[in-house]
Design a protein around this ligand. Structure first.
Ligand code: SF4
Ligand code: F3S
Length: 299
């Protein structure tokens, strides 16, 4: 049976106890097996969000499959949903990556960052005998990474977690936490979720060409230069009287004219459909105005 290096390593880690493999041996195995992998390594952190961007990424087939991306193109060192390791072993993987690659890694941040009570509303693990929060993690890793990507609307603008009273004092990554502290500008990829094509292609673009051209909100112009409305196949059709009917949803409050995303071209679920095609207006999921949308009213 053909098995990839990553699958092999995952299997070894999951089976460590049954196989009688010690942590030291696993660390050694990791360095030997992963040494053959391509660079750059990726550390993917998840803060306040719903993991939807990760789920969306796992559904990617356009441009490349997610297996191809994770196994052959990049080396994912930490992602707490996808990796087999947990606890100390998982945090050790972050520490090893930072030490071993000396700043040549990509940091992907999914979810917003709670800052109240020193960030204690989102704890990733333990470091030096103390809770290691998402706030600690982005502040420590962000300035060291070669590139930082804010994946999704929560990381980019705060998203749903930042709505309402916001008792955890949720903040967005770029202008409210790491502004001016990273080696390159933070690449913001809004969307709820971020479109998997946009994320995978941005990573591949980084590997091939370096920093992409960004607009004034830190979004790659290649994927956010056109409004949803400008690409909508319902432009010029008569107004629909209600959602679900065919026609333009402007009178139902469609946010397509002020929202920038490539969903009309890329669509979702591997081009099965998209919001307007499915009979609903655009709710501006990739815009900072998403917070002002009336369907999400919290107190
Ligand atoms: Fe524009 Fe929305 Fe109408 Fe499409 S449905 S044409 S995005 S206003
Ligand atoms: Fe989001 Fe509007 Fe597209 S809600 S997925 S930007 S149609």
């Amino acid at each position: 049976m053909k098995i990839s290096r990553r699958s092999f390593l995952k299997w070894c880690t999951a089976s460590a106890a049954a196989l009688g493999v010690t942590k030291l041996e696993l660390d050694r195995l990791e360095s030997v097996v992963l040494a053959a992998e391509t660079t750059p390594p990726v550390i993917w952190l998840q803060g306040s969000g719903c993991s939807g961007c990760s789920i969306s990424l796992l559904n990617s087939v356009e441009g490349t499959t997610v297996e191809d991306l994770l196994i052959n193109k990049i080396s994912m060192k930490y992602h707490h949903n996808l990796m087999a390791a947990a606890g100390d072993m998982a945090i050790t993987s972050i520490n090893n990556t930072v030490a071993q690659y000396d700043g040549r890694f990509v940091l992907i941040v999914e979810g917003a960052v709670p800052t109240a009570n020193n960030g204690m509303y989102c704890v990733l693990g333990e470091k030096d005998g103390r809770p290691w929060t998402m706030l600690d993690a982005v502040k420590q890793l962000g300035p060291k990474a070669s590139y930082v990507i804010a994946a999704g609307t929560c990381a980019t603008y705060g998203g749903v977690p930042k709505l309402g009273a916001n008792p955890a004092v949720i903040k967005k990554l770029d202008t409210e936490i790491l502004y001016g502290q990273t080696k390159n500008k933070i690449i913001n990829l809004p969307g709820c979720p971020v479109h998997p094509y946009t994320l995978t292609k941005t990573i591949i673009d980084l590997l091939l060409y370096g920093m992409p051209a960004l607009d004034s909100e830190g979004r790659p112009t290649a994927y956010y230069k056109s409004s949803v409305h400008s690409m909508c196949p319902r432009r010029g059709t008569s107004g629909a009287k209600q959602l679900g009917e065919f026609g333009c949803y402007k009178s139902q409050g469609c946010k397509g004219p002020q929202t920038y995303n490539n969903c009309p071209l890329r669509q979702w679920n591997n081009k099965v459909n998209w919001c307007i095609g499915a009979g609903h207006h655009c709710i501006a999921c990739s815009s900072k105005d998403f917070l002002a949308n009336p369907i999400y009213k919290f107190v």
